[in-house]
Design a protein around this ligand. Structure first.
Ligand code: O7M
Length: 216
C-alpha cells in the first residue's frame, strides 16, 4: 500500500460533522485514513463509505477483529462491502481466525493488516510475550501488512526483522503516546497518527510540522 506523506490519519472523532470539519482542512495532505470503533459506533458503517467517497482516500478499518473464524469472516465481509480497502485483525486469536479474514479480503480484492504488539503500557503484560510469535505466524501465513508499536522501537525493530523488508509495517503511538515520527520510520513504512492532529489547535500546522520532521 502507498501512503501519501507516510501518514495515516486515525479518524477517532465521534461524528461525521467533526470528521468533515477536520478533513476539509487536511485531506490534501493525506490519502489513507484509519476508521475504527469511535466513528463507526457513533455514526454507523456508512461513515466508512462516506469518508471514502467524499475524500477519495483509502480506508483502513480498525476493528481489531478477534473472534472465531465464522464470526471474523462475517465482520470482514460486511466491512469490505462498505468500501473498506483494508481491515486490521488481531493475531493472538490464532491462524484460523486470521485466515478467515484473509480469505474474505482475497475474494474482494482487499487487504488485511495483522496487529502484532500494541503501543500502550498494558500491552507488556499479555500481548508482548507472544507478539513476535504473532509476527512469525503472519509470515508463515503469507501476510504482507502488519501493525507494530512506535512506543517501543526495540520491539518494532524486531518485528521488522521477522516480517522482512518487503512487508508493509504501519505504526501507531507517535506524538501523544510518546513515539518519535522520524525514529519510527527507521523501521515502519507509515505512521498512524490521531490526537496530535485532530486535537491540535491548528491541525494543518501540526500535520505540516510532522511532515517536515520526517522528511529526510
Ligand atoms: O495518535 P493517537 O494516540 O491519538 O491514536 C493512535 C491510533 O492508533 C488510535 O486509533 C489507536 O486506537 C490506534 N492504535 C494504537 O494507538 N496502538 C496500537 O497498538 C494499535 C492501534 C491500532 O491502530 O491498531 C490497529
Amino acid at each position: 500500500m502507498e501512503v501519501k506523506n507516510k501518514i495515516i490519519l486515525a479518524l477517532d472523532v465521534l461524528s461525521m460533522d467533526q470528521a468533515r470539519e477536520l478533513l476539509d482542512e487536511i485531506s490534501d495532505y493525506l490519502d489513507t485514513i484509519k476508521i475504527g470503533y469511535p466513528l463507526v459506533l457513533a455514526e454507523g458503517l456508512e461513515a466508512v463509505t462516506q469518508v471514502k467517497e467524499e475524500y477519495q482516500c483509502k480506508i483502513i478499518t480498525d476493528f481489531k477483529v478477534a473472534d472465531i473464524p465464522a464470526t471474523n469472516q462475517k465482520i470482514a465481509n460486511v466491512t469490505f462491502q462498505a468500501g473498506a480497502d483494508a481491515l486490521i485483525v488481531h493475531g493472538f486469536v490464532g491462524p484460523d481466525s486470521v485466515a478467515s479474514c484473509v480469505e474474505s479480503a482475497e475474494k474482494q480484492g482487499k487487504e488485511v493488516f495483522l496487529l502484532t504488539e500494541m503501543s500502550h503500557p498494558g500491552a507488556s503484560q499479555f500481548l508482548q510475550p507472544v507478539s513476535m510469535d504473532i509476527a512469525h505466524m503472519g509470515v508463515e501465513m503469507g501476510i504482507q501488512n502488519y501493525v507494530g508499536p512506535s512506543t517501543r522501537l526495540d520491539r518494532l525493530e524486531k518485528i521488522r526483522s521477522i516480517i522482512g523488508k518487503d512487508s508493509f509495517l504501519i505504526s501507531p503511538g507517535v506524538g501523544t503516546q510518546g513515539g518519535d515520527p522520524k525514529d519510527t520510520l527507521k523501521f515502519a513504512d507509515a505512521l498512524i497518527i490521531g490526537r496530535s492532529i485532530y486535537l491540535a489547535p491548528d491541525p494543518v500546522e501540526s500535520l505540516e510540522s510532522i511532515i517536515d520532521s520526517i522528511e529526510f
